[in-house]
Design a protein around this ligand. Sequence first.
Ligand SMILES: C[S@@+](CC[C@H](N)C(=O)[O-])C[C@H]1O[C@@H](n2cnc3c(N)ncnc32)[C@H](O)[C@@H]1O
Length: 357
Amino acid sequence: MSFCFNFAVPAQSTNPDDVDGNKLQNEKKDNAAKHKEDNAKPTEPVKEAKEHLALSDPEFLLRDAVTETVTIGTLPALHFLNETVFEKTASEREDEERILSRTVEQRSDLISGVYEGGLKVWECTYDLLELIEKDGETFAGKAVLDLGCGAGLLGILALQRGARQIHFQDYNSTVIEQLTVPNVILNCQENDEVDSEDDKEGCGKGKVQEEDGCKKKQEEKQEVIDGNPPAKKRAADLSQHQLLAKCRFFSGDWSTFLALVKKEEPQPKYDIIFTSETIYNTAYYPVLHETLHKLLAPDGLVYLATKTHYFGVGGGLHLFETFVEQGGVFTLDHLWDGEEGLQRHVVVLRFRTAKSI
Ligand SMILES: C[S@@+](CC[C@H](N)C(=O)[O-])C[C@H]1O[C@@H](n2cnc3c(N)ncnc32)[C@H](O)[C@@H]1O
């Protein structure tokens, strides 16, 4: 069985006033947020944000892991857990949120307010990676947020390319603990391996070759000898890992995530915010907009990748663009529009003027 694009959305209307301090919502609820399909308010209480401080045991998480690698042009190879295998082993995993069993039972990619889809890599993530490759974005010294990160490939790329700090946020703690963190660890360890191969042989990068400028995925079964993970997977003290030390991991809904980080001194501001396939539900626009507004650095950029329309939930680029335009805080420019039939886009948001910050 494979996950399908079937949004299981309880029918209940949105109460826009729930959104903390969002003046924009009250003023603009006439249009984007009042779309006829805007009935996707979760029936369960939203998940309270928390930071995941104690990172899970990588030996355990990566034991017997089947991984995939994506390489896009000159970008560093990105490694992640294979979603089919992950799905097949779902019943053997502990998961306090019970999202693994529920997604399998309901054959759904998304259960609004319960599971927001982070257990697989969505295709617009690849569009954004390709755009970054063409644009040559360098992350050196930047603070980056991967908002609604899922597998975390965008944040992992920033990490590989020298970002100063990378924060990963996903709605579900299960996603952070069982997918995002293991993926980050996997890439840190692969990075160590490449570095040591480079030291030995003066080569090692670009092991997975690009084909015709397109991404190429590889599946690798990690060898397990006598029940022990291969040497490269035996992590030393992770807390000491240079790359991992730049990362922080958060789960929970955007409003409580924002409240949590706003308490910090100094409050984090990000030079780059990535957000891929996160505008499918118009009910979340106010809080998503507020989060971007409050957390983007004055000269920062939000890279947003999306489908034109999300059938069944009702959100999509046009409605989000209208929402953003009416808010008057950001400009929104199209960086890439899929050719006919693709119906996918990458856009960038910037603050309109310094005054709006
Ligand atoms: C469809 S998944 C996309 C995952 C990933 N960005 C990708 O492209 O593969 C949408 C993500 O948005 C996040 N999300 C959606 N609604 C949210 C909300 N109200 N609060 C917090 N996160 C939310 C979830 O973390 C979820 O993983």
